[in-house]
Design a binder for this molecule. Structure first.
Ligand code: TXA
Ligand code: MG
Length: 329
């Protein structure tokens, strides 16, 4: 199968619509990362996503809808706090989990009685969803376990020969996946951190829990238990206050003729004495936006990526640190 990258216009949207209608998949940009979309009502199309990605069969998918789509056909028991959050942050990098009506393919939620809904805030994602006029089940458009894609070329590198159509919407600005919020309880509960932070949710609804897996408990968001975001090279990670250890590992690598790069923010890059860095930038927004870009850049040139976590640990950095530590453990 030939894989092609298309700029988004009437012609490529028409091709995307035909592809989706005949049970195929289309990669499309969102403000977080690229998604690999299929008709959420079509069992065969949804199953093929798992095959193409090599995704574990018990890791459920998010359904993406256009901003005017009536979600009451897909989910029920939407609490008032979720309506307030939808008004405040959707379209945007927020996914909400509700009771499912069972309307979409059973393969979307992998046997759970809930469904995750997201309204992406990217003009090309909205154009695609409006054009196909269907709810689209989509995980990130990478090989399972690899770094999530933030450019059309990243999708191509992972999935060429396996999919026909990649819609190119440029570099994803957000850079890390959406916040996944469980809205089935009395209080919203963050299952996966992202750019819609706990503080931002508390600002609107007063309270917000953060899920942590307790011993012996069944994991509430199956994606949490899998290896994720890993570059194709050796990795190590250190906290900001372990910078001396990070430098000594770097120097040991170089002494053994292994090409090492630090993955760190701008502040830290100034403290490592001219050694090679994949510089994530200075602000929270830059660091999130550049994380996957730099991991993908790094795996092409480095034998070892040594992550040094930023000093700041709250707000959007919770999501960044979660991805960085999983990618570089
Ligand atoms: O930003 C994003 O969310 C991107 C773009 C493409 O929209 N999508 C994405 O999808 O990151 P994926 O499949 O890579 O991650 C979906 C996460 C997984 O951790 C999965 O376990 C969780 O959402 N999830 C999906 N449905 C769920 C459900 N019904 N209950 C709990 N967790 C769910
Ligand atoms: Mg993913």
């Amino acid at each position: 199968m030939q894989t092609k990258i298309y700029s988004v216009d009437e012609q490529s949207l028409a091709l995307a619509k035909t592809t989706i209608e005949k049970g195929g998949v289309v990669a499309f940009p969102t403000e977080t990362v690229y998604g690999l979309g299929a008709n959420a009502f079509d069992d065969g199309a949804v199953s093929s996503i798992f095959e193409i990605k090599g995704r574990p069969a018990d890791n459920p998918l998010i359904v993406h809808v256009h901003e005017n789509f009536d979600i009451s056909t897909l989910v029920s028991s939407v609490p008032d706090y979720a309506l307030a959050l939808k008004k405040a942050y959707m379209p945007g990098p927020l996914t909400m989990v509700f009771k499912s009506t069972g309307a979409v393919s059973k393969f979307v939620s992998c046997g759970l009685d809930t469904l995750a809904i997201r309204i992406p805030n990217h003009k090309d994602a909205q154009a695609f969803l409006e054009y196909v006029n269907l709810p689209i089940a989509a995980p990130s458009a990478n090989r399972s376990k690899h770094v999530s894609p933030v450019t059309a070329e990243h999708v191509f590198d992972d999935l060429y020969g396996k999919i026909e159509c990649i819609l190119d919407g440029g570099k994803c600005i957000g850079g890390i996946e959406s916040t996944v919020l469980d809205c089935t309880g009395d209080v919203p509960c963050i299952l996966r951190s992202g750019l819609i932070t706990r503080e931002m949710i508390e600002d609107v609804v007063g309270v917000c829990d953060v899920y942590t897996l307790k011993d012996g408990e069944k994991v509430r968001s199956p994606g949490l238990k899998y290896k994720h975001y890993s570059p194709n090279c050796a990795t190590a990670s250190f906290d900001f206050d372990q910078i001396e250890q990070a430098i000594s590992l770097y120097d040991d690598c170089v002494a053994m003729d292994r090409k090492a790069y630090f993955l760190c923010d701008d502040q830290t890059s100034k403290l490592v004495g001219g050694r090679l860095c994949l510089n994530l930038g200075a602000t929270e927004g830059e660091i999130a936006s550049n994380l996957y870009l730099k991991l993908r850049e790094g795996e092409k040139v480095a034998d070892v990526i040594i992550a040094i976590f930023p000093q700041k640990k709250d707000g959007a950095m919770v999501g960044v640190l979660n991805r960085m530590s999983k990618a570089c453990k």
